[in-house]
Design a protein around this ligand. Structure first.
Ligand code: BG6
Length: 655
């Protein structure tokens, strides 16, 4: 047995963790030849080894139906092109750590009871060799329909007997609706006790998700305001730019409601909205989550269409009408007439004292314009009345944004006085960025799951009642979407913000989705290309999202222009006197309105559903006045590109 002392962190790349090591055990992985084991679980265990969090008394047994031996199994996971060297998440691969770990990996072909008996013998031997005290951690990386079979075989081959603990990690999906989840729970609980089962939701393994509770309950600053008296609404946005990535077979019988909302998003909802627990004990936290989920209003059938929107992405086509990327219905293993939703948005209410009347908007989808998960807590506006008689026209809401991924941080948006002799305000932000503050490696999210399970800490795992409460909320949506015809699908283009109905849902309440924008969006316009960080940030704060339906007139010829538009996604037609011109993703129009107050020279109509960012002239001029050094540049672009002569001093003269 090799000793890891002096090996981990030997490359000096990563500091070793100060946390105690996991408890001794043999870990048995079912589905050991599958993708999850290769891409996620093995890199996670390797990360734990790198951080010095695995005990010396530790071994792994892979079990699957393939005819492999231990040598081949180790070679498979250690493969240079399709194994740990590809999937590890450290800055640099450390062969010494891998050799320590892979030396403890074994394989058993387990496709019948004989196989399980051989597995039992090997596990016993390893337990004795590595002095694990009989502790066993099972990881079920298999489809839920096999949970019962594996549990029953383990039982028949005597795994429930003997010394030590038995903990079982099970993967999602945990059921496909309320009834199947209840049946699965019943089945699994006929073999194991609730406290032995660790149901994974990998979002709870994300540092930024775990930090929600730490942030809420370790700071005195926000909790007193965390209620209906101060919070106007909360938005959860989980945008994925990827499509179904070849998983059409699974996805077509799932859809985003089952795949993302019922589990990952409801877990985040529970963290944001639950009451403070009495302690950080696993059940204290899980009790509060369960209470919260059972306070979410369950829709009546007729309420589903009023509160929920679904969408499905269509193909991306080029100017000549050629399909560049397929739509959902053209994906491999997807029914060409599929009505499965790849996008969903919903408005939920939590009927308790804290949250009565506060809408919680949830939105998630595939093939959207960006990858980004954010939770936006929007506070009620301050009363504007005392600003009457000042140049301040309106106050915007304070927002607290939890950036979950890929950008990881927390941001607060608030108003600040713009330096100068008059009272003018600008929305500004304070940002905490994980990368600036903490030095830590990129994790798969599974490390903390395995580590917690080894130590018998169930905080990050779901419980029977939690899983069922979440399905209870989703069930009326599933029923309604099953029994009523889908809207005309596809109803959003690949790369867009989703269907227009999602904007309508929130606009109907007089609110809008908060879109998190990056400077590269701005760089699409010549006006902003060379802007410095300060200037671009000010512009980003001033942009507002707007959705235009196909056929809607965005600009009307002859009207005085007051805004410029970025096309985030979609197509518009410029209806001038000559040929009709088409503008699309990444194009900008109406820039002259920022420079000069004059009549629009052409009308612009949306050809498709359009996602736009709008910048108002007043805001633009205000930002220029605050960044006068940039006015010269704007003048230059105006002359060269738009043939308009706007002296810099005109742009920055007081309003
Ligand atoms: C999984 C879903 O649970 O989560 C996938 O099955 C989805 O469809 C994934 O892409 C998203 O996870 P993450 O960590 O990339 O946000």
């Amino acid at each position: 047995m090799s000793d890891l002392t002096g090996v981990v962190g030997s490359l000096g790349l990563e500091p070793q963790s100060e946390a105690p090591k996991g408890r001794p055990c043999v870990m048995v992985i079912f589905g050991a030849c599958g993708d999850v084991t290769k891409r996620l679980m093995t890199p996670a265990i390797y990360n734990l080894a790198c951080d010095g969090l695995l005990p010396e008394q530790f071994a792994i047994v892979g079990a699957d139906i393939l005819d492999l031996d231990t040598e081949k199994f180790r070679a498979r996971l250690g493969d240079a092109d399709d194994g740990i060297q590809k999937y590890h998440t450290r800055k640099q691969f450390d062969p010494k750590v891998w050799s320590w770990l892979s030396g403890r990996m074994h394989y058993v072909e387990a496709k019948d009871l004989d196989g399980y008996h051989r597995l039992a013998d090997l596990v016993k031997k390893l337990g004795a060799d590595y002095k694990t005290g009989g502790n066993l951690l099972f990881y079920f990386a298999v489809a839920p329909r096999f949970f019962g079979l594996i549990s029953s075989n383990l039982y028949k081959s005597g795994f429930h007997e003997g010394d030590g603990w038995r903990h079982i990690i099970v993967e999602k999906p945990f059921g496909t609706d309320l009834k199947s989840a209840q049946e699965l729970n019943r089945e699994i609980l006929s073999y194991w006790r609730e406290d032995q089962i660790y149901r994974v939701d990998h979002y709870l393994g994300k540092e930024t998700v775990q930090n929600i509770l730490a942030f809420r309950f370790s700071n005195g600053m926000y909790e007193p305001m965390w209620n209906k008296n101060h919070i106007d609404n909360v938005q959860f946005n989980v945008s994925e730019s990827v499509d179904v990535e070849g998983r059409g077979g699974y996805y077509d019988s799932s859809g985003v409601l089952r795949d993302m909302m019922q589990n990952h998003m409801f877990q985040m909802l529970a963290y944001i909205a639950m009451e403070p627990p009495a302690s950080f004990e696993p059940d204290a936290i899980r009790n509060e989550k369960a209470k919260l989920l059972s306070a979410v209003r369950i829709f009546e059938p007729k309420e589903v269409p009023q509160n929920c929107v679904r969408g499905q992405y269509g193909p991306q086509v080029d100017g000549a009408g050629q399909v560049i990327q397929p739509g959902y219905r053209q994906e491999k293993d997807v029914n060409p007439k599929s009505n499965t939703e790849t996008f969903a948005a919903a408005r939920f209410f939590i009927d308790n004292w804290r949250w009565e009347g506060v809408p919680f908007y949830l939105r998630s989808g595939k093939a959207l314009w960006k990858r980004g998960t954010e939770i936006v807590v929007q506070f009620k506006k301050a009363p504007a009345v005392l600003f009457r008689g000042t140049p301040v026209e309106r106050l915007t809401s304070n927002r607290l944004i939890f950036h979950i991924q890929p950008y990881q941080g927390i941001e607060v948006l608030f108003q600040a006085k713009i330096p100068g002799p008059t009272l003018r305000l600008q929305t500004v932000h304070m940002k905490f960025n994980y990368g600036d503050t903490f030095r830590s490696s990129r994790y798969t999210g599974y490390e903390v799951m395995v580590y917690s399970c080894m130590n018998g800490d169930a905080t990050l795992f779901s419980r029977t009642d939690l899983v069922e409460a979440a399905w209870r909320i989703a069930q009326p949506m599933l029923d309604s979407w099953q029994s009523t015809p889908a809207p005309v699908f596809p109803n959003y283009a690949r790369g867009s913000w989703g269907p227009k109905a999602a904007s309508d849902l929130i606009q109907h309440d007089g609110r809008g989705w908060y879109e998190v924008i990056t400077p590269d969006v701005l760089a699409r316009s010549a006006l902003f290309r060379d802007g410095d960080e300060l200037f671009l940030n000010a512009v980003i704060m001033a942009l507002r999202p707007q959705v235009a339906a196909a056929g809607e007139m965005i600009i009307t010829k002859g009207e005085i222009g007051r805004e410029m538009y970025f096309i985030c996604r979609g197509e518009v037609e410029v209806l001038g006197d000559g040929d009709t011109k088409i503008l699309k993703d990444g194009d900008v129009f109406g820039e002259v309105a920022l420079l000069l107050s004059q009549k629009r020279t052409a009308s612009i109509r949306a050809r498709t559903l359009c996602d736009l960012f709008v910048l108002d002239r007043n805001e633009f001029l205000r930002i220029l006045r605050d960044n006068p050094h940039f006015a010269e540049k704007v003048t230059e672009v105006a002359t060269k590109r738009f043939k308009v002569n706007v002296p810099a001093e005109h742009l920055i003269r007081p309003a």
